[in-house]
Structures are given as C-alpha cells and as structure tokens.
Design a protein around this ligand. Structure first.
Ligand SMILES: [Zn+2]
Length: 684
C-alpha cells in the first residue's frame, strides 16, 4: 500500500514506513495482576537510571527476535493484535458462502492471493510490466507529467505526496495538499552527510538500486548507470527538501496557492495537465508544504533528460510495488532497507506481511470485524472515564500554572474544552463496495486499492471536513492528536494490556494509558500544537510575553534532550529540536496523568501492592510502556528521521523533571535521575 502522508497528525510512536506499513477479552471483574515487580532490575538504583531499574530484567529476558528491529511493549502488543487480526481475516477467508463483492470475499481473496507464492513466483514482475512499458513509452514532457500522475494514483509516490488536508486557516474545509517526498533513502541528510556510515549507506544504496534494475532485465552495465542516475537525481531532489525540523513549523509549511500561483512557483511543471491526469479537475487551491521544493521540480522537468526521468519513475514504481512481486525483489529490498539500514536479521513470515497489507488496503473493513470480536464495551467505558479525568487534570494544570497570563489561560481553556475525543472505532465506516478484489494478481489488487484510496482522497477535497473520519484504523496500536481537528484519537488496538486493562488497578492504568492520553492532550499545547486555536486554525492566541515564556521553557527541554547520547559509536545524540513536541507531550502527559491519579481511591488509600506504594506503581506502570530495546540501525534511523526520542529517554526525560517522582522513590538531590533545581522543566 502507498504511504499516507503523516504530516497532519502527531502519532504516539514512530511508525516504520518499510513494507507499509492474543488473548481474548476475559470476564469482567476478574482482577488482572500487573506484575511490574518481575521486570525490575534491583541491582540498579532508581536514582541512577529509573529505566534500567524498572524494566531491566524484562529487557534481559526478552531479546529482540530475529525478524524484528526492536522489541518493546508496543511490538509485543502489535504482534498480539496482528494475531487477533489474523483470526478475523482467516474467518473471512474461510467463509465459503461469501458472495462476490462482500467484505468477507474481499478480505479473503486479497489474503489468499497474497499467500499464493506459487503464483507470485511464477509471475515474477509480470504484473507491473505494463506499467514499466508505459514509462518506456514517454516521448515528451506532457507524457512525463501524465505518467507522474498515473504512478501517484496506482503504484508509487514519485516526487511528492498529493493528499487531502484540512485547511489550517479555515478548518471546516478540506483542500488539496502537496508534501515533499520521492526519496529512496529515509531523508535528506542521508544524501549529504559526510561521515563514514553515511558514505557507506550511499554506496550500498547504489548497489541495491542496481540489483533491482537487474531484476527487471537491465544488464550489469546498464543497471550500474541507472543506479548512479538515481542517486544523482534523488540528491538533487533532497537538496531542495526541508529538514525534519523545518517541517515542524506549521506557518512556514502552510502555503495556499491557486493553480496560477503554482505555475508562477514552478513554471516548468504543467500543473493543469497534472491535475487533470490525476482526475482531480482544477482543485482551485493547493496547500504546498515546501514551495522551494516544487520550484526545484519545475526546473528539473527541463534540466533532466527524459531518460533520467524514466529511470527515476521506474525506480519509484519498482520500490513501491516490491512487496507484491516475487521473492527476489522482496529479498533485495529486505537486505537493504530492513537488514542493512535497520539491523533486522530475518524477514517476517509471509503471512504477517500479507496481513499488514490486507489491514492496510481494507483497513476499516478489517477493523469493523476486529472490534466486534476484540473490543468489549467495558474497555470503551473505562477509557472514556480516564480521558474525562485527564481533561479535568489538564484544565487544572493550565489554570494553576504560574507563568501564563489570565488572557492566554482563557484561550487555552477554550481550546481544551473544544477537544474532540474518539475512542475505539469510528461511528461510520468506509464503504469499500466500489473496490474490486479479484483473483488476477496480488499487484493488480493493490493497484486497484490504491486507486480506491486516491478516489477517497479526491472525494474529500473542497468539501467540508468529515467529522466521523479517522486517521488510523481501529486495529492500530498507536494514538494521535490532530491539531486541525483539535481531537485526540485512541484506536481499539492500543486499549489493551500492557497499556491498559479495564480490570487493572488505577496506578497502572493511569501510569500507562493515562500517560498516552495525557500525551495526546498535551500535543494540543506543544511547540506545534499551541499554534492552532480551539477551532483547529493556525492563529496566534498567545500574548507575546506568554509565548516568550513558553519558548524559554521549551528551550530548556531542547537542551536536556540534546544531551542524550543515543549511539556511542556514531556519536549520535538525540535531536532536541526535532523531538521537542513529543518530549513536551511526554513530560506534560506524565504530569497531568499523575495529577489525575492522585484523585483516585487507590492513591488516597495509599495501600501497597506487591510492596509498592500507589505512586511507585504509577511510575513503574509508566516505564512498562517503554520497556524494550532496539537494534542500532533502527535506532539510528529513528534518531535521524523521527520526531520521537528513543524509549529509554521517554522515561528518563520526564521523570527526572518531576518532583512527584523524586518523592515517590526518595531520589536524593544530585542523583542522575533528579535534575538540578535550575534545570528542571515544567511546562504543563
Ligand atoms: Zn506524540
């Protein structure tokens, strides 16, 4: 499946974009023991390294499986959830009475054709030969523009992402958007960094691209030349890409252009022809994330030879369609992307990869079956209750803070009050009836699924926002905040152990799920989110003085995380500026959730469980969601590309700023886990 732009939402965890990306509910009231004690490494003092103390034994006992790049609470739950998804997919696949066109038939057929390796091996890359021939047939610039649109609809994402987005200055309305893209390496710095590792990556990348061209029939000499063209071409694109930090600026990445203005910005690119070929008509206005990037593309239409363009388009086609082709393609991609770049030793079993595809292409169809079987109403009721208490707690944090003026507080409270909340699954589901899934080829089905998704996108543009719509499927183990909709969303997938269990004690639920909820609420008030108002419009509702105070506090947090060494051998530190929004949300989320927890009966009674006070259990519960480890390559990718800090720092960062934590574990002044008074950051 094609990657969807993730620019409009703040997700809770980093999602790998390679290969796109169980226990049944038990009876109510059965107390579920959360054995946090078993994960503790008591040879480490909580004052020295709370992460190692809280989950050190778990990490020792749970090495990273060979088919994973990390092994964490998230991954564990994702595995479990995928097995749950497998159950509903298999049930659909085994429904012999499923009528052609029914949801069961679609899910079953797509799964079965994805699992039919005999057929897939026999076909090799035949299912995309027609697409390759189209590219070969390009004989002028007009045909090039048409082909770019065609590929964006059906198979890949050359150059940029075309998508639908809420108009960030008129948040009732959806408009068309364009966001930078089209690179085969994770982001721009991979093309320019001068260290040995980066050079090595580029060298291996060229080999990988050549191998892939080999597979579609290029001889060695030609493949070598094509792969050099790709690196060169992508380096030119990358040169005009924003850095990830630059992309964190909502005002700078909001550029609403009319079609005429697009022509002025990028005259070489026939926008009218492009939109027509995209079946988008005239979209009227387009929100362009990075204007200098489309200017560059406009120039490259003229400066690059048609041959180079064809090579670039073929590369985009092949790499996007690889998961649906024969194993030689899949292996080449795995060797470079998963193994070399991210350290994964073995590829995941095929059925898992196919389930991901089914879960992506027919996301809400699978989701509807999933929640019916695995999401009990009790889970929603309890989650509703925690969300409500967290909102109250955030309100108190805003009202009670000592640095904001009353004027800004009023606006902030107005925004909090307007927060939308979605829990579990959508009230209205996507209708897949126009998507045909049949027994021709795996790749052909994916192309139709991409077309279906594209039509969905077109259907939203220049229409009012659909309030019922979700940005994640119910089976997703993640959560998000959308600043333009001012809403927090928690899919059913994440509302499970160890994040949450409606039968567990409050300390654990507030420490884990409460943190997730508090984190998403805080996104509305992080360095990016605070730039949007209650209605989801970019508007500065802060007094100048309060904005300065916010920035001063945020800068201290940047400094704190800049000091975290992620990979010693690469001298690679966390990027405090890139991860700022997530770090603010982690710190705010933990504080707000803790304050909400202090209102529960469990906290008030103060009784110990397994030898731990309620407050201690809260922080231990919090650490559970970040337990785990990551392969060095994957860690490197995350630190360079992603907005989230590595898991250990997501624990150490917040607690070392929290007096509530110092008190709970008797952390003496001067300890590594207790930042000096003048360095402590408190925003929310
Ligand atoms: Zn987040």
């Amino acid at each position: 499946m094609k990657k969807r732009s993730s620019t409009i939402i703040s997700a809770f965890v980093f999602v790998m974009l390679i290969f796109i990306t169980a226990c049944s509910p038990q009876k109510k009231d059965e107390f579920v023991a959360f054995d946090v004690a078993a994960n503790i490494d008591s040879t480490v003092s909580p004052a020295d390294n709370f992460f190692k103390y809280a989950v050190g034994t778990w990490i020792k006992n749970n090495p990273i499986p060979s088919d994973k790049t990390s092994w964490t609470a998230f991954m564990e739950l994702r595995e479990n959830t995928r097995e749950q998804v497998r159950e509903v997919v298999m049930a659909a696949a085994s429904n012999k009475n499923a009528e052609m066109g029914s949801v069961d038939q679609k899910i079953g057929t797509l799964y079965n054709i994805g699992m039919n390796t005999e057929k897939i091996e026999a076909e090799s890359y035949q299912p995309i030969i027609g697409e390759l021939e189209r590219i070969d047939g390009i004989s002028n610039t007009d045909e090039l523009i048409k082909e770019i649109a065609h590929i964006q609809i059906y198979t890949g994402n050359p150059l940029f992402f075309f998508y639908s987005t809420v108009d960030a200055k008129n948040s009732e309305q959806v408009i068309a958007g364009i966001w930078q893209g089209g690179l085969g390496l994770p982001n721009r710095e991979y093309y320019f960094n001068d260290d040995d590792r980066s050079k090595d990556i580029r060298e291996k990348y060229v080999e990988y691209v050549a191998n892939m061209f080999n597979l579609i029939g290029s001889d060695n000499e030609m493949a070598a030349s094509q792969s050099k063209t790709i690196l060169d071409f992508e380096t030119k694109l990358a040169d005009a890409h924003n850095t990830p930090v630059e992309n964190r600026n909502p005002e700078a990445t909001y550029n609403k252009f009319t079609t005429d203005e697009l022509y002025q910005k990028a005259p070489g690119f026939d926008w009218k022809l492009y939109f027509t070929s995209l079946e988008a008509g005239d979209p009227g206005v387009v929100d362009v994330g990075q204007p200098k990037y489309i200017t560059k593309i406009g120039k490259m239409v003229k400066s690059e030879s048609l041959e180079n363009w064809k090579t670039y388009l073929k590369w985009n086609l092949i790499r996007s369609m690889t998961p649906y082709l024969s194993n030689d393609f899949v292996t080449e991609s795995f060797e470079f992307n998963n193994k070399f770049l991210n350290g994964q030793e073995q590829i995941e079993e095929r059925y898992k990869r196919v389930l991901n595809t089914v879960s992506g292409a027919l996301g809400e169809a699978v989701g509807q079956l999933y929640v019916a079987k695995f999401f009990p109403p009790e889970a929603k009721a309890k989650a509703d209750q925690i969300v409500a208490s967290l909102k109250v707690s955030m309100g108190e944090s805003i009202k009670g803070n000592d640095w904001m003026s009353d004027e800004t507080k009023t606006e902030a409270l107005k925004k909090l009050d307007a927060f939308g909340v979605k829990i579990g699954y959508p009230e209205k589901w996507i209708d897949y009836s126009s998507l045909e899934i049949k027994d021709d080829s795996y790749a052909a089905n994916i192309m139709r699924a991409n077309y279906f998704q594209h039509k969905e996108t077109l259907g939203k543009i220049n229409q009012p926002v659909r309030d019922w719509e979700w940005g994640m499927t119910p089976q997703t183990v993640n959560a998000y905040y959308s600043p333009t909709r001012n809403e927090i969303v928690f899919p059913a997938g994440i509302l499970q152990h160890p994040f949450y269990d409606y039968r567990a004690d409050d300390a654990i639920n507030y420490g884990a799920m409460g943190l997730v909820i508090g984190h998403e609420i805080t996104h509305g008030f992080d360095d990016q989110g605070r730039q949007y108002d209650a209605d989801g419009n970019i508007r500065d509702w802060w007094t100048a003085e309060d904005a300065e105070k916010f920035k001063a506090r945020a800068d201290k947090l940047v400094e704190q995380y800049d000091g975290y060494l992620a990979i010693d051998s690469l001298d690679l530190y966390v990027n405090g500026r890139l991860t700022l929004g997530e770090n603010i949300a982690d710190l705010g989320g933990c504080t707000v959730s803790y304050n909400a927890f202090t209102k529960t009966e469990q906290y008030k009674k103060g009784e110990k469980i397994d030898g731990f006070t309620p407050s201690q259990r809260f922080f231990l519960g919090f650490a559970q969601i970040w337990k785990g480890s990551m392969r060095e390559g994957r860690l490197e990718t995350q630190v360079k590309v992603g907005p989230h800090s590595p898991g250990n720092f997501r624990v150490l960062g917040p607690v070392s700023n929290m007096p509530q934590f110092f008190e709970a574990f008797d952390i003496p002044e001067g300890s590594p886990m207790r930042r000096p008074e003048d360095k402590i950051v408190k925003i929310w």
